[in-house]
Ligand binder design. Structure first.
Ligand code: RUG
Length: 835
């Protein structure tokens, strides 16, 4: 045996071995050598770290072979650019995807520990606000599972989305310190750092060949250091990379300043630079005009593109073929400055002619839009943009001029159209319109649900659609069944597998086979038993953490998502108060016992959303403590809603609240997770609800509310909420009860802004939808009593959700936008890595 072979076998044994004893020893070794602890003084977190490192070792051969594969072959790689990746905890899903959960559970048990206790130690990387970041995470997981060469690029925020605490029923934001005990899932790669410039000015010059060129003389330079995280596919070798960038000072300590006694000056540069990636902006719909946010966006986009160019050239690639190596997806407008940055890199730094560079850029980028809300379409004040990115502004002017020349021909000089299309908004104060830049610079533009994609064509991107109808597509969102069924609902997953086998995990359409069991009494009984058990678990958790006793046989009516006026959590509250009033009026009334569960964060500066949380918690306080209610209604606000905390919630729902005003929610993905786990939906015809209803069948969905057309008509004809208030006694009574100070210890001022907004303005039409919502909820209550019918509807919901897998969505992106194909990764022992 040669030394090399001996080494290889040893490594296999210690670091890759999957025997229970090997795993147990590896955990003990990692505890000793990496955590520096004896078991008797180790904390649970030490054991978690030791286990995480044990698992990381076991995925390393897959990861490194995947990287090697992409480097060597002529494969097209998807680069998913996103300012947010809301990954959720790693350990659980990695155990599942590697297929080693049971082995590890046993090894951990042999060490005297419970796997669940260790899983609970993990601080999730909350590097996103909500749906947009979570979608990016589902897509990364599906890309790996489908063996698609892909890399995610984003920002390694030191502080992710804040932790939410409730004090006196108000949201209080607490800094998220996800990195405080270290992060076993990332590897820093300082050797691949890049420099990113900001500010300064530009200067024209003539190059050696006599060509006119522009150089950018920046005011500041920041170093971007990549941190790589492995994203493991399900039962495949493919393990893709999520590369997140951290900002550091180019020169972290200014000795000159220090020697002159200016200690603070010396560390200034370090502080300025590190601030860039310090914290995630906690708004899930963008906030205009924050310089640091634009700096963050440019920072990670520049890092990513420089990295791709380095990889491409490193493999001997020609930049004119850059688009053949990388398909870059812009996840919303946050990375849209990439269009100008790629042009700058190609034209200024690599001296490609403009037209060739433009061809490459347009062929490279695809753009996904995630919102119709006009206030959420990012635009940057021109002076701010120009002072931070002077060269990019010039490039954008140039792109704009050429683009408008093209549009002028198409629209026969219609100057209003041209002003609407322009990359620069000149209707008042001047702005750079990021969505327009993304549209012009991409070969494909997509919305995230059918309705949303249609509305994009009719409203915010109408003029672009007229110009380039062929660029527009729909890609309805999806969620990964590995996390959102297999991991979060093991009992239901097992029941499903016992009846239809395991194929559903990667072919979610297979769930349709469950339709055959929808009427089967025994299957229904088991289905109900599982729902009851997961409801009991959630009830226990709520009892332990919030000291609220809830009845697991009550109807669990759940609304978990960011708190927003357009998502209308306060409509749900009006229903609760209406039920409460019915009981007060008639204490013996026979209503279905319900537990209303809410969860979600409000953007810290969004006063109305914070007041919505306060109204929920205030109603909860009164209702939960009213003996007359006799456990028929309970209201719970789950604090700190995040991926970890959400995982036990979806499986426990009977009813999923998807009640946004029609036309406001682009898609939603929580709606998919609930339905997949057998909850029935009460919802409007908004976002992906429309397609979910089509898929599960109208008879298995509780529909209410105005359609988009009706919303538009009502608003055009002069909507007056006051009329609805006056003509609907139950509504009036509910609103008056809030107004009277009943839920606020007599304080009539507290909820006045909320009530005034509803009765005088009501931009989201709660009052117009109130009666339909209450009637529909009454139907829900009746149907819940028909246990078999409800169970059948629940089974059919899960059975028909196959379409909403992120695997399906990613296949569509691959086929219609990225034009990439899977390649399987072969494992080779590391000793041959450079052979
Ligand atoms: O609000 C949308 C959701 O409807 C959608 O499901 C999700 C993923 O596509 O994206 C959300 N979103 C949109 N988050 N931020 C934005 C605008 O930047």
């Amino acid at each position: 045996m040669t030394t090399e072979q001996t080494q290889s076998i040893q490594v296999e044994d210690d670091r890759s071995g999957l025997g229970i004893e090997t795993l147990r020893r590896a955990i003990a070794d990692n505890l000793f050598y990496l955590q520096g602890k004896w078991p008797e003084i180790a904390t649970l977190n030490d054991f978690y770290m030791a286990l995480a490192n044990t698992v990381r070792d076991r995925l390393m051969p897959r990861w490194l072979n995947t990287i090697r594969n992409y480097r060597r072959s002529e494969v097209r790689v998807v680069a998913y650019l996103s300012a947010e990746f809301l990954l959720g905890p790693h350990l659980g899903i990695k155990l599942i995807n590697l297929g080693i959960e049971e082995l590890v559970r046993q090894a951990v048990a042999d060490s005297g520990l419970a796997l669940e206790d260790l899983l609970a130690q993990e601080e999730e990387p909350g590097l996103g606000n909500g749906g947009l970041g979570r979608l990016a995470a589902c897509y990364m997981e599906s890309l790996a599972t489908l063996e698609i060469p892909a890399i995610g690029y984003g920002i390694r925020y030191e502080f992710g989305i804040f932790d939410q605490e409730l004090r006196d029923g108000w949201q209080v934001e607490v800094t998220d310190k996800w990195l405080q005990y270290g992060n076993p899932w990332e590897i820093p790669r300082p050797e691949s750092a890049v420099m990113v410039r900001f500010g300064g000015r530009t200067e024209a010059y003539t190059d050696d060949e006599g060509a006119y060129r522009v150089r950018w003389i920046p005011a500041r330079v920041v170093k971007g250091v990549p941190y790589d995280t492995p994203i493991v596919g399900y039962y495949v070798n493919t393990t893709n990379t999520l590369r997140l960038w951290r900002a550091e000072a180019a020169e972290s300590f200014n000795f000159q300043a220090f020697n002159q006694g200016d200690y603070y000056g010396a560390v200034d540069q370090k502080i300025y630079s590190e601030n860039l990636t310090k914290v995630l902006y906690p708004n899930d719909e963008p906030l205009q005009g924050k310089q640091l946010r634009l700096e963050q966006q440019y920072f990670f986009v520049s890092c990513a593109l420089q990295d791709m160019i380095r990889l491409h050239r490193g493999a001997g690639g020609d930049l004119r073929q850059f688009h053949q190596k990388f398909a870059v997806q812009l996840n919303d407008t946050h990375p849209a400055v990439a269009v100008a940055e790629l042009m700058r890199l190609l034209v200024d730094e690599h001296r490609l002619p403009w037209d060739a560079a433009w061809e490459v850029s347009q062929s490279t980028f695809g753009f996904t839009n995630h919102t119709l809300l006009p206030e959420a379409l990012e635009k940057w004040p021109l002076p701010l943009f120009g002072s931070l990115l002077p060269r990019h502004l010039e490039i954008i002017y140039e792109i704009n001029q050429r683009f408008l020349d093209q549009a002028r021909v198409h629209f026969l000089g219609d100057s209003q159209k041209l002003a609407q299309l322009s990359l620069i908004d000149e209707s008042g104060e001047r702005y750079v319109r990021m969505a327009h830049l993304a549209c012009v610079g991409s070969h494909a533009i997509n919305g995230v649900a059918e309705l949303h994609s249609e509305l994009l064509k009719q409203t915010v991107l109408k003029d672009f659609y007229q110009l380039w109808p062929q660029k527009f597509q729909n890609k309805t969102n999806g969620v990964t069944p590995r996390r959102w069924l297999l991991l979060c609902n093991p009992r239901l997953s097992q029941l499903i597998t016992e009846h239809i086998g395991t194929d559903w995990v990667c072919q979610l359409e297979q769930l349709r086979q469950l339709e055959a069991y929808a009427e089967d009494r025994e299957f229904q009984r088991q289905w109900r038993q599982i729902k009851r058990a997961v409801k009991q678990d959630l009830a226990d958790h709520i009892q332990q953490t919030l000291n609220i006793a809830i009845n697991p046989d009550s109807l669990f009516d759940i609304q978990v998502k960011r708190i927003h006026e357009y998502k209308r959590q306060h409509l749900n509250v009006l229903h609760i108060i209406t039920l409460y009033n019915r009981i007060r009026r008639n204490p013996d009334i026979d209503i279905v016992p319900r537990t209303f569960i809410f969860g979600g964060k409000a953007a810290p500066g969004y006063i109305m959303a914070k007041l919505m949380i306060k109204v929920i918690t205030s109603v909860a306080e009164v209702v939960n403590n009213d003996p007359q209610v006799c456990d028929r209604i309970k209201v719970v606000f789950l604090p700190d809603y995040n991926v970890t905390n959400s995982q036990p919630v979806y499986p426990a729902a009977d009813l999923s609240e998807q009640i946004s005003t029609a036309g406001k929610e682009a898609s939603g993905t929580g709606n998919m997770k609930f339905s997949l786990n057998g909850a029935l939906t009460i919802g409007t015809l908004d976002g992906a609800n429309v397609e979910i209803r089509q898929a599960v069948g109208a008879e298995n969905f509780f529909l209410f509310g105005l359609t988009i057309e009706e919303v538009q008509q009502l608003q055009e004809s002069g909507y007056n909420p006051w009329d609805y208030y006056n003509r609907t006694p139950d509504l009036k009574e509910a609103i008056n009860l809030i107004n009277s100070g009943f839920f606020s210890h007599g304080n009539r001022e507290l909820f006045k802004p909320l009530v005034d907004s509803l009765v005088y303005d009501d931009p989201y039409l709660l009052l117009a939808d109130y009666s339909a919502y209450i009637d529909c909820q009454d139907t829900v209550g009746q149907r819940f009593r028909e246990t078999d019918t409800w169970t059948r509807m629940s089974i059919l919901n899960s059975a028909r959700m196959g379409y909403f897998s992120s695997d399906r969505a990613i296949r569509e992106y691959c086929q219609d936008i990225w034009h990439v194909t899977p390649i399987s990764v072969q494992l080779k022992p590391y000793v041959q890595a450079d052979a």
